[in-house]
Design a binder for this molecule. Structure first.
Ligand SMILES: *[C@@H]1O[C@H](CO)[C@@H](O)[C@H](O)[C@H]1NC(C)=O
Ligand SMILES: *[C@@H]1O[C@H](CO)[C@@H](O)[C@H](O)[C@H]1NC(C)=O
Ligand SMILES: *[C@@H]1O[C@H](CO)[C@@H](O)[C@H](O)[C@H]1NC(C)=O
Length: 305
């Protein structure tokens, strides 16, 4: 008798649970940007004419000064044209293979094997960042949008811009390059404009290491600083601006002002991870709240039966 009485109760509990889960899924879709909803829309129905391959990326990130490639994958294009338009000023950049802007950094080409019309942007500048539209000349027109992000690498030598040391002490200069998608091929060090070569290597050591996917550290170590090692030290990576510090090797024994000069902030490792974490939080927190709500509902259900 008891089991029969509980059955409808637990099935109503199941109903409550199911609706909670549905509400949660709805919310999570809203919070995660609705990208999935777009893809689904493009998929519906059979295609008699051109259609965008839903796997085409919508977000390209490239480093300042490099070449960017914006793909537009169109299936069953037939004899339709593909144009690339810059959204910022609605400027038509290309139509098929022809460039319609007085800037020869822009060029479109077709890779037939993958049905992809790619817009190439050479030597990307900061102002190239923004949205680009790949438009197919159907009636009505079809558009696919791609966002181009341009990252600008940052370079600095850790610590003060003026460094004071006593004769004979070791000196370590760390040149930190962040937000660089492309690792520099090399880092040159200059002492008062003169490249530090073999003559310097006898008294020092130069290293370069990639510490993270976007971070490189160049290290210059002088084992025993001499007064003539004083001067301007410049760290100059192959693909970037340079950074400099002034080294003062003191002869006397009381370097009074050891800590002068600008108090430059050193980059904080893991900062970008933190911001990514916050983005995910939009989905995580409602999930957490609903998990709690569900457990409470389930416990209440148990208590009632
Ligand atoms: C696009 O990519 C960049 C860098 O990877 C990222 O910061 C940004 O949030 C992405 N945007 C979207 C809409 O996914
Ligand atoms: C494209 O092809 C269709 C038939 O497949 C034809 O009717 C139409 O005139 C063509 N358009 C152009 C611009 O050539
Ligand atoms: C150090 O040298 C670099 C490169 O020659 C120069 O740009 C910079 O202004 C110099 N810094 C100082 C403080 O003299």
């Amino acid at each position: 008798m008891k089991t029969i009485a509980t059955l409808p109760k637990s099935s109503s509990g199941l109903l409550v649970l199911t609706s909670w889960v549905l509400i949660f899924m709805e919310l999570c879709t809203v919070f995660s940007g609705g990208e999935a909803a777009h893809a689904v829309k493009r998929f519906t129905g059979l295609y008699t004419g051109p259609y965008f391959d839903p796997s085409t990326t919508t977000n390209i990130t490239t480093q300042l000064g490099t070449h960017a490639y914006l793909p537009c994958k169109v299936k069953q294009l037939g004899n339709k044209s593909v144009s690339w338009i810059r959204r910022r000023d609605a400027h038509i950049l290309t139509v098929d293979r022809f460039t319609f802007i007085a800037d020869d950094r822009f060029q479109a080409f077709l890779v037939e094997s993958t049905d992809t019309w790619t817009l190439q942007v050479k030597y990307v500048q900061a102002r190239d960042a923004g949205q680009y539209e790949c438009q197919v000349s159907t009636e009505p027109k079809m558009s696919h949008f791609i966002t181009l992000n341009v990252v600008v690498p940052k370079i600095e030598i850790m610590g003060e811009s003026d460094i004071y040391v006593k004769t004979g002490s070791p000196v370590t200069l760390k040149c930190i390059i962040t937000q660089s998608l492309e690792e520099p091929a090399y880092i040159f060090w200059y002492h008062d404009g003169e490249r530090m070569l073999e003559n310097y290597l006898a008294i020092s050591e130069i290293r370069m290491e990639r510490v993270r996917a976007d971070t490189t550290i160049g290290t210059l170590q002088i084992h025993h600083a001499r007064p003539e090692d004083s001067g301007n030290y410049t760290c100059s990576p192959s693909n970037l601006d340079s950074a400099s510090v002034l080294l003062h090797v003191l002869n006397g024994e009381h370097p009074a002002a050891m800590q002068r000069g600008k108090n430059s902030a050193s980059p904080i490792p893991g900062w970008s991870h933190l911001s990514m974490g916050l983005g995910l939080g939009a989905c995580t927190s409602p999930r957490f709240a609903f998990a709690i709500a569900l457990s409470v509902a389930a416990i209440a259900e148990l208590l009632v039966t």
